[in-house]
Structures are given as structure tokens and as C-alpha cells.
Design a binder for this molecule. Structure first.
Ligand code: C2O
Ligand code: CU
Length: 459
């Protein structure tokens, strides 16, 4: 089933590179990789389903060093057109993988070679940018970028990919969407996230399963380690409609990176992760067996894995999940990663709202088809003022850039995806340093499908 995914080969002679958007020196290395989008069988703890993936769920991690040039050949063995978007990597616009905006979609049986210099380090990921049928299936893989300047202050690494799952178990993503449109989600999901035990901000869809690394709670992955080892956990929320709160029983997590960028380390018992967001944490392994639980916010399910360093320990739901989860407002950019304080040249106000009947999610009252793109000039500082007028959290993601949450010169972290809480707001600044036509959208796949998407265009 694995088709040579993520296998990196180094070319013999260094290739001269020009990398305009890259702050990192080129390594002179070229890595050739293959990615095949294809139907596969997935074993969900005794139940085998057919789904779409990059060979397995999640796809095998792609790995590179910042400054490497990658040539990634995508082959499309799906029955419909696809593309790949490199979530978190500010690649040149023509490599960004948005069909009909940055490239033509790759037709069934076709292929396309993405070719770019890896611009930043950190925990990132890849997924198609085409339609619910692909976004809420198993088409995702980690993209891990090492930074030669960052010492690996840990003994072991664990990539933990979270997902909400329905394909082959419940209704198909398209059936769910059609039901949301027809009934406002009365049968398949929630009403504005409010009928799930009073908790707000969950998604529109109730899922039969939640997965960690493609495994259901009935067949959890077990990471074996030794007591005292320092484990770097790279969390990626690949879910379509689920915000997760994660905790590792018996442990505190030291958060070191948000969306690939270093933050001032902060210790927490529980961590909230929106769709598309990534967080890196370091834990010092205790002795025993410990559940890693990702609770689906506002929903009744969870995803599960285990850390095992010895016998004994608990298999109970971690009490850490009852602690107040760390929010993005508690994070600060690490020294050297903040944008310098500067007045905004342009400000874009984005009011996020929606309705269930008709099922419609909007930015400034407009769906994507109606939206007037945000305009910016190269070199400008653009301020995004995102105000959520709904009872649902929206993870807002910008392609091609990272912004500083809280504004340039503030203490906030650098990110590319930020969760705007129900009735809350977030201000984020970015430097327009990567010309092109870029998507700005909610990373809830159903919200994006229902219109919550706009564009950032360079003049
Ligand atoms: Cu992770 Cu436009 O997407
Ligand atoms: Cu949304």
C-alpha cells in the first residue's frame, strides 16, 4: 500500500537556487519525493473501509531541511481532479495548489511536479484544496521541516495527527453537506454548535469516530519510550469540523512551537487545537502507561493513543482534560520571531457570521463567489481584524504568509491559522512579502464549502 512516499534522495551536485521569499539560506540539496493520491483500504479497529489517501492514513510524513529544494511528483489516481496545498509553507504562489486560482487541477490519471525551496522550518502538513469529498477523507500527511540551527532538545519524536472520521462508517462528506443544506443540520449535526451538552464552539457535524494517526480508539497506537525521555509531540489537527482539546494523562506539556514558529515555552495540562493548527510540545515521560486523549470540543467523542514506558499507569480519561486548556492568547512569540512594531498600511475588517437555514457561512456577509478580495501592495503591513459574530469557533487560515497574532510589535505568536472563539475577535498583522493571489478562509471544511472564504490579492 505504501508507494515510496516521503523517500528523500539527495542529488549529487548542488544546484544554484534563487529563492526570493526564503529567509533561510539554501542548503543546495534537492530532494525528490513522490505523492500518489489514491483509493486505499483503511482498517479502523476491525472495520475496513475504503477511502482516499496518499497511500496510507495519514500519508507518510514528508521531511526536509529548511532551504532544501523539493521536487514532489503528485500522481492522481483518484476518480476526480485534485491538487496539493502545503499548509504552513509560504511557497511561491504558482506552487500553492489552489485549483483554478494558482494552478489547473490535476485530472484523474495526470501528474504534476511541485518544485520549491522549503522556506521555513516547523510542523506543517499537506492536503488537497478541492472539495469536501477530498477534504473530509484521508488525504493528508505531515510535512516536517528541520532547522539546522535549532538544536534537537529531545530524545524522541511523536507526530500525532488528529482527525474526525465518517467515510465508510457514517454518511459520506457530501451527504452530510447536503443534509446541512437541506435541514440546517437537524439530523446529522448540531445547530450552531449549541445542542452538544451546552458547550459552544464545536462543529456542525457529529462524527462516528475520531482518529489519532488513522487509528480508532478501539485500536489505539502505542508509543513506546523510556521513563525520563524527553518526547517532542508534533500535533496536527487534520479534522474537517472538529476542534480538539488534547491532554496526556499524568504529564504536563511544554508548548514550544505554534504553527511551526517557536514560542516562549509555556507549560500546560490541556491544549486546544483548531482545524489546520499545529502545536509542538515536549513532555518528560513518566513511568507507566498513559492515555493521550484528544477530546472533540462540544461533541461526545474522542481520539486515543497511548504512551507506554513501563507497566502500570492508568487507562482512565486524563484528569488534565478538566483543566482550562491553553489558549492562543496565552502564547508569546519567541525572541526573534515577532514582527517589528510598525503602523499598519492597510486594515481589513473581516466579520465572520453564518446561518443554518439557509446553511451559509460568510465573511462580511458575502460568500466566496460574492467576495471582494482584500488588496495589498508588496512590502505593506496588512492588519486583519477578524470579528466572530457567531456561536461557532472559526479557525481562520491564510495562505502564503504568517501573521502575528495581536499585531506587529505585540507579544503574540506567529501563526498561519488562528482560532477565533465564538463571539470573540483576533487582530493579526502580516508583511506582504510573497506576491500572488492567496486564499484566506475558515479551515472548517463545511464552512469553507458554504462560503467562508475570501482572497488576498497583490495590486
Ligand atoms: Cu490547510 Cu486553504 O488550507
Ligand atoms: Cu468556520
Amino acid at each position: 500500500m505504501m508507494l515510496g512516499l516521503g523517500v528523500a534522495a539527495c542529488a549529487r551536485q548542488p544546484v544554484p537556487l534563487s529563492a526570493p521569499a526564503s529567509p533561510l539560506p539554501s542548503t543546495g540539496r534537492v530532494r525528490e519525493m513522490n505523492l500518489t493520491a489514491q483509493p486505499v483500504q483503511l482498517d479502523l479497529g476491525g472495520r475496513t473501509v475504503t477511502t482516499w489517501s496518499y497511500g496510507q492514513v495519514p500519508g507518510a510524513p514528508l521531511r526536509a531541511t529548511a532551504g532544501d529544494r523539493v521536487r514532489i511528483r503528485l500522481r492522481n489516481e483518484l476518480p476526480e481532479a485534485t491538487t496539493v496545498h502545503w499548509h504552513g509553507l509560504p511557497v511561491p504562489n504558482s506552487m500553492d495548489g489552489v485549483p483554478d486560482v494558482t494552478m489547473p487541477a490535476v485530472e484523474p490519471g495526470g501528474e504534476f511536479t511541485y518544485d520549491f525551496v522549503v522556506p521555513v522550518s516547523g510542523t506543517h502538513w499537506l492536503h488537497p484544496h478541492t472539495g469536501l469529498a477530498q477534504l473530509d477523507r484521508g488525504l493528508y500527511a505531515p510535512f516536517i521541516v528541520d532547522d539546522p540551527r535549532e538544536p534537537g532538545d529531545y530524545d524522541r519524536e511523536w507526530i500525532v495527527v488528529l482527525d474526525d472520521w465518517t467515510d465508510g462508517v457514517g454518511p459520506s462528506p457530501q451527504e452530510i453537506y447536503d443534509d446541512l443544506v437541506a435541514t440546517g443540520g437537524q439530523t446529522s449535526g448540531g445547530m450552531m454548535g449549541m445542542d452538544h451538552g451546552g458547550m459552544m464552539g464545536g462543529g456542525d457535524v457529529t462524527y462516528p469516530l475520531y482518529l489519532i494517526n488513522g487509528r480508532s480508539p478501539s485500536d489505539p497506537q502505542v508509543l513506546r519510550a523510556r521513563p525520563g525521555e524527553r518526547i517532542r509531540i508534533r500535533f496536527i489537527n487534520a479534522g474537517a469540523d472538529t476542534v480538539f482539546t488534547v491532554a496526556l494523562g499524568g504529564h504536563r506539556m511544554r508548548v514550544t512551537h505554534a504553527d511551526g514558529y517557536p514560542v516562549r515555552p509555556v507549560s500546560t495540562q490541556a491544549l486546544q487545537i483548531g482545524m489546520g493548527e499545529r502545536y509542538d510540545v515536549v513532555v518528560t515521560a513518566q513511568d507507566g502507561r498513559f492515555p493521550l486523549v484528544a477530546q472533540a470540543d462540544g461533541k461526545s467523542g474522542y481520539a486515543l493513543a497511548y504512551l507506554r514506558t513501563g507497566t502500570g499507569g492508568s487507562t482512565q480519561r486524563p484528569s488534565e482534560l478538566d483543566a482550562y486548556p491553553l489558549a492562543v492568547s496565552a502564547l508569546q512569540a519567541a525572541p526573534g520571531t515577532a514582527l517589528p512594531a510598525r503602523e499598519a498600511d492597510e486594515t481589513a475588517d473581516l466579520t465572520l457570521s453564518g446561518s443554518m437555514a439557509p446553511y451559509r457561512w460568510t465573511i462580511n456577509g458575502a460568500t466566496y463567489e460574492q467576495a471582494e478580495p482584500i488588496k495589498v501592495e508588496s512590502g505593506q503591513l496588512l492588519r486583519l481584524r477578524m470579528v466572530n459574530m457567531s456561536m461557532m469557533a472559526h479557525p481562520m487560515h491564510l495562505h502564503g504568509h504568517t501573521f502575528q497574532v495581536g499585531g506587529a510589535g505585540s507579544a503574540g505568536p506567529r501563526k498561519d491559522t488562528v482560532l477565533i472563539p465564538p463571539m470573540g475577535s483576533v487582530t493579526a498583522d502580516l508583511i506582504a512579502d510573497n506576491p500572488g493571489t492567496w486564499m484566506l478562509h475558515c479551515h472548517n471544511a463545511y464552512h469553507a464549502e458554504a462560503g467562508m472564504m475570501t482572497r488576498l490579492d497583490y495590486r
